[in-house]
Design a protein around this ligand. Structure first.
Ligand code: PRX
Length: 691
């Protein structure tokens, strides 16, 4: 369905060998483990259980191990997912059809004739069964001030919120943008959208007004929900001010609902509505909208290698089922556990493993408002101890930061409640893995390194659940989840079979949680994920399949970088910087950073006649990136150079710039294709004088 030419061009654009990525991107630990015979450290979890899946094992008693269930899930997907969907979800109308996929059009439908409401599945049915169980455990920025919201209270809040939205004229299918702190009202707002059939688009409350405005506009949202201020790590972030600046650029916005987080006095204009005021008079009953399984549940904007951030679209039943199944079986979630995922709700991890997965399973889920080091580097573990968390799911960048402060910050807090540890967002390097497992988990907790993406909706590859007697290898996600078929492809698009091989990480099966489209641009969806390797979903990552058949992630193969676990398109940073009137050209690459994983390195070429000093321009550029995107996108290094290495056809050779930024000028490779090879030495000289 795409021409051979298009495929080969796309493959050429994305292809860099995993080894070269490893070298340039700082994933040396991963490369080492598969290029030498060094013994990997494997641990046997204290208690290996094959998490029971009664829906499957009752009918097929021979399916007991992860491997056998996995095989079954791929061979008989209708049987497998059909059973799970019936047993795990409450349907308004039962489905007859499990899957309806059109690979030609990259159009995937799960349970297409079924109907269910996500808020009923996440709240009402648990409020019916155990109304007083805590649903949300809100760990506020200041330690010791936690608040608890039971399922009964959450149901009331969601209904009130749903009625407020209805009264504001929000209709089924309308997009509602959320720019909010991590607080119960934010979760209620997400679920309230689901209750009335509206589509939420949560924008991480660290994004700038400009970034918020572009997301609001792309989604065509008429309603924005925000708060007066957010507090994080003792610092106040003036959310309402950011929203005011964003809304000024968004003619579609009709109304802004403003919640109170700090109680600060904020400017209230004609479009602004005090959320608490309208909530107090709203009814606590709000009949759930009848939702088709394939109705959109939410959009979540994420960075790609080109162009502006894309609105990754997830639908109702498939997403919820996948979030619920993975939350249960990757984390071995059991009734009564207190599930702690410290991600912000503005990212997919927050959506799937703070909100939808845990609530679909009737869990008590943590809402973590603070940072890893506030008020001190023991905060995470003090929280674990005070709240009795059984699970702790976080980002490797936080672990790398915390391990530098020493073990004492961990050891002084009781962590005996912990059973399962997890990580996501970037490679978990060996040092951090061993620290997390050995020090935080006392060597007795399972540690699950989970690989997945905004687009996949839920966890795709992770060590758990393990077959009895299986081991967990340090620093790799290892095993595909149910329904997931990892496929490695070579640059020509051919599938690479066997073990000890690497390639572009693709998925050869379609699972219920896969994103259905990029909002308003299905062609971009096809071109990005399905055109590069026809018949497969291409993740953008490279991977290695080791001698045991387990998967290691080697890093992105495109121009996306991963800064403190946040995905960032280098093109976005370049676009922001080229707005500066004195900048003529820019090229942005990632370089290895001991804590952030990757940091941003910007090469810039200035115009000939300058009015400002170079120092001022560099300072301006940092401000510009902060105001156009977010703080985490600000380059660690900005280097002014007289030109950029380009091919004769004018294409910038980023491969060379990545080597320079990584401090590896001796490994530049072939530079003969450059229009002016001397520019490379000039750039290296400038780098050397500055480092
Ligand atoms: O490069 C991979 C990296 O994060 C990317 C997805 O980013 P995002 O959509 O923001 O979602 C992050 C949270 C799910 C992937 O393409 N990534 C994610 N998990 C891992 C990882 N890289 C290595 N190991 C992981 N466990």
């Amino acid at each position: 369905f795409v021409s051979v030419q298009l495929v080969s061009r796309a493959v050429q654009q994305i292809w860099r060998t995993p080894q070269s990525i490893c070298a340039t991107r700082g994933y040396l630990h991963a490369c080492r483990s598969f290029s030498s015979n060094e013994v990997k450290s494997a641990v046997t979890p204290a208690e290996i259980t094959t998490t029971p899946i009664p829906e499957i094992t009752d009918a097929f008693p021979h399916l007991q191990t992860h491997e056998s269930i996995h095989k079954f899930s791929l061979e008989q997907p209708d049987e497998f997912w059909g059973r799970l969907a019936r047993s795990r979800l409450e349907w308004q109308k039962e489905f007859q059809v499990v899957r309806d996929h059109d690979m030609e059009k990259s159009a995937f439908r799960w349970f297409p004739d079924g109907q269910l409401n996500v808020s009923v599945n996440c709240v009402d049915r648990h409020a019916r069964q155990h109304p007083d169980r805590v649903a949300l455990l809100w760990e506020k920025d200041e330690p010791g001030q936690e608040e608890r919201v039971t399922y009964r209270e959450l149901q009331e809040l969601v209904c009130r919120m749903g009625n407020v939205l209805l009264e504001c004229g929000v209709k089924r299918g309308d997009r509602v943008a959320l720019y909010m702190p991590v607080m119960p009202l934010s979760v209620a707002a997400m679920l309230a959208c689901a209750r009335i059939g509206a589509i939420h688009s949560v924008v991480f409350a660290g994004f700038s007004a400009e970034a918020l405005a572009s997301r609001v506009q792309d989604a065509g949202a008429e309603t924005v929900i925000t708060a007066d201020e957010a507090v994080r790590g003792g610092k106040v972030i003036k959310l309402k001010q950011v929203v005011d600046a964003a809304v000024a650029k968004c003619p579609t916005v009709r109304q802004v609902l403003v919640a109170s987080r700090t109680g600060a006095q904020v400017n209230m204009g004609p479009k602004d509505i005090s959320l608490e005021q309208v909530l107090s008079s709203a009814s606590t009953e709000c009949p759930p909208a009848v939702q088709n399984a394939e109705d959109l549940l939410f959009l979540l904007y994420t960075s790609g290698s080109t162009g502006s951030p894309k609105g990754v679209a997830h639908t109702t039943a498939g997403y919820l089922l996948y979030a619920s199944v993975t939350h249960k079986h990757v984390f071995d979630y059991r009734d009564g556990d207190i599930f702690g995922c410290v991600a912000d709700i503005g990212w997919i991890t927050g959506h799937s493993y703070v909100v939808y997965g845990p609530l679909a399973n009737g869990a008590t889920t943590l809402l973590y408002e603070s940072t890893p080091t506030y008020p001190d580097p023991g905060r995470y573990w003090e929280t674990v101890s005070r709240l009795g968390l059984t699970h702790f799911y976080c980002a490797p960048t936080a672990l790398r930061l915390l391990l530098r402060y020493g073990d004492d910050w961990v050891l002084r807090h009781d962590r005996s409640s912990l059973r399962v540890l997890g990580c996501v967002g970037e490679p978990l390097n060996q040092e951090a893995w061993h620290w997390f497992h050995g020090v935080v988990g006392d060597g007795r907790c399972d540690l699950t390194d989970t690989w997945w993406q905004t687009e996949t909706g839920g966890i795709m590859i992770s060590p758990r659940p393990s077959a009895p007697g299986a081991h967990i290898n340090a620093g790799m996600p290892m095993r595909p989840m149910f329904g997931v078929l990892p496929v490695l492809c070579d640059p020509s698009g051919k599938v690479v079979e066997g073990k000890r091989v690497d390639g572009a990480l693709c998925l050869g099966s379609i699972w219920p949680g896969i994103s259905r489209t990029i909002y308003g641009d299905h062609k971009r969806f096809i071109d990005t994920y399905f055109a590069p390797f026809p018949g497969h979903y291409f993740s953008g990552d490279g991977a290695y399949r080791d001698e045991e058949g387990f998967y290691h992630i080697t890093g992105r193969m495109d121009d996306v970088i991963n800064v403190t676990g946040h995905r960032l398109g280098t093109a976005e940073v370049e676009d922001a910087m080229t707005e500066h009137p004195e900048v003529s050209e820019t090229a942005v690459v990632g370089f290895p950073h001991p804590v952030k994983g990757e940091a941003v390195f910007a090469f810039i070429v200035l115009k000939e006649e300058l009015e400002s000093s170079q120092e001022n321009i560099v300072a301006d550029l940092k401000k510009l990136v902060r105001s156009q995107i977010a703080g985490y996108a600000v380059p660690d290094e900005i280097m002014v150079c007289p030109g950029l290495p380009k091919t004769r056809s004018g294409k910038i050779l980023r491969r060379i710039l990545r080597k320079v930024a990584a401090g590896q000028p001796d490994e530049l490779g072939d530079i003969s294709t450059l229009a002016d090879p001397t520019i490379v030495q000039t750039i290296v000289n400038i780098y050397n004088t500055q480092h």
